[in-house]
Design a protein around this ligand. Structure first.
Ligand code: NAD
Length: 417
């Protein structure tokens, strides 16, 4: 994988600076939006299976709450650090505003490698971390959700831990939970589904059919696998995918439903019948029409941006493209649907889940899909119009929309005290 570790917080602040400049934003509002409202750093002492004690470090950053309670995922990964979590929290703020959700942005992370932990250890980390966050999370305060290496079972443990601490069931404290404890239909594949809707919209605007388009997807986890499945269902030809172990290609198109079946059994894409292996760099720069980075940040950089062959990039991951790479891609007229728009399907259905939990009334899957599509298509149209009006990239347009909405809320609320 292309890895020059670029500081994501510097990247997020540079994107904010550019949006503020284009919007001629009041400098005092810009100053306020540069900083997270609240950061909690916690030590998580955990008894390991061999009887020893290990202390893990965790964070929760609430970047902004001017539009509503904070919202954002929890990441379990060895490379988590405070700057990464803060950048991800900032991106959540703009993302929620772009799709007009009544939320601010937050993010959480624990420095750990889940592939080296037993289920029991993972559960104990999750429960102690959740307890440490008790002061600042809750349905009206801050609502976590899954992110890299966290899933519905982990959200179930978080919901249970918070409920135990409060003394009553609090389903609305996290989203992305199993259905049985207040989860929503359509949440598991919502981010991938949203990525596919946005891909379809870009193709429609550019007059390039998605039907038959060759697509490469980096990352085959929650976002990547569902994005690949939905794009495959819409007629796109997924020719390459990769995960942390490497990549696979088949110029005739991979049978994505069968690949998902293999991954559910073997946990690996490698060795898929009819495919040849490729590395992650080849995945990014190999032949395709549409590239969907859906793994981690800083993958498309100044080093590889010129070699990318796709004419459309749809960001499933958060922050996969560095600002230097953005400049190169823009010059090359590559159309890039940015993360804060393209992967907003997940937080949108998380919002539906929260609303359903608060009402204790649950919707059918068709209703969720159609509401998700309406929100994604409307947001896409607004970002597209903004980019046409101001002659800027879709990233700049999405940032301008998101930042302007948050700044307006901050201005209306005024400064306390
Ligand atoms: P996940 O843990 O389910 O999957 C991550 C995938 O990336 C896995 O297939 C993993 O093998 C792969 N990967 C990890 N390191 C890699 C590397 N070095 N090279 C290639 N592949 C690598 O995580 P996810 O939830 O799918 O999240 C992926 C991205 O999407 C992250 O940037 C996340 O912040 C973002 N995102 C997730 C959601 C969500 O609802 N889960 C919503 C919006 C954005």
């Amino acid at each position: 994988m292309a890895h020059t570790k670029i500081n994501p917080l510097e990247m997020a602040r540079e994107q904010l600076r550019q949006a503020a400049e284009r919007l001629k934003l009041d400098p005092s509002l810009h100053e306020k939006l540069k900083y997270p409202k609240r950061t909690l750093e916690v030590a998580i002492p955990v008894k390991m299976d061999d009887g020893t004690l290990r202390v893990f470090e965790g964070y929760r950053v609430q970047h902004n709450m001017d539009r509503g309670p904070a919202k954002g995922g929890i990441r379990f990964h060895p490379s988590v650090d405070i700057d990464e979590v803060t950048a991800l929290a900032m991106w959540m703020t703009w993302k929620c505003a772009v799709v007009r959700l009544p939320y601010g942005g937050a993010k959480g992370g624990v420095i750990c490698d889940p592939s080296k932990l037993s289920q029991g250890e993972l559960e104990r980390i999750t429960r102690r971390y959740t307890s440490e966050l008790k002061l600042i999370i809750g349905p009206e305060k801050d609502i976590p959700a899954p992110d890299v290496n966290t899933n519905a079972s982990i959200m179930g443990w978080m919901m249970d831990t918070h409920s135990m601490n409060m003394g009553y069931s609090v389903p609305g404290v996290v989203t992305g939970k199993p259905l049985e404890v207040g989860g929503s239909r359509g949440r598991v594949d919502a981010t991938g589904q949203g990525v596919a809707y946005v891909t379809e919209q870009v193709c429609l605007k550019l007059g390039k059919p998605l039907q038959g388009a060759r697509v490469a997807v980096q990352g085959f986890g929650n976002v990547g696998s569902h994005a690949a499945r939905c794009i495959h269902q819409m007629g796109g030809k997924v020719v390459a995918v990769s995960d942390v172990h490497g990549g696979i290609r088949n110029e005739d198109g991979l049978d994505i439903p069968r690949l998902i079946e293999q991954v559910s059994k073997t946990r690996s894409i490698i060795g898929f019948p009819g495919s040849r292996e490729c590395n992650n760099e080849e995945l990014l720069t190999g032949d395709c029409d549409i590239l969907v980075p859906a793994a981690l940040e800083s993958q498309i950089t100044a080093q590889n941006a010129a070699a990318i062959k796709a004419s459309i990039i749809v960001e499933g991951a958060n922050g996969p493209t560095t600002p230097e790479a953005d400049v190169i891609l823009e010059k090359r007229k590559v159309v890039l649907a940015p993360d804060i728009l393209a992967n907003a399907g997940g937080v949108t259905v998380s919002y539906f889940e929260w609303v359903q939990d608060i009402q204790s009334y649950f919707w059918e899957e068709d209703e969720i899909r159609s509401r998700l599509k309406t929100i994604m298509v409307n947001a896409f149209d607004e970002v597209w119009s903004m980019s046409q009006k101001h002659k800027v990239s879709l990233r700049s347009a999405a940032m301008m929309l998101g930042v302007a909405r948050v700044a307006e809320a901050a201005k209306i609320r005024g400064l306390y005290p």
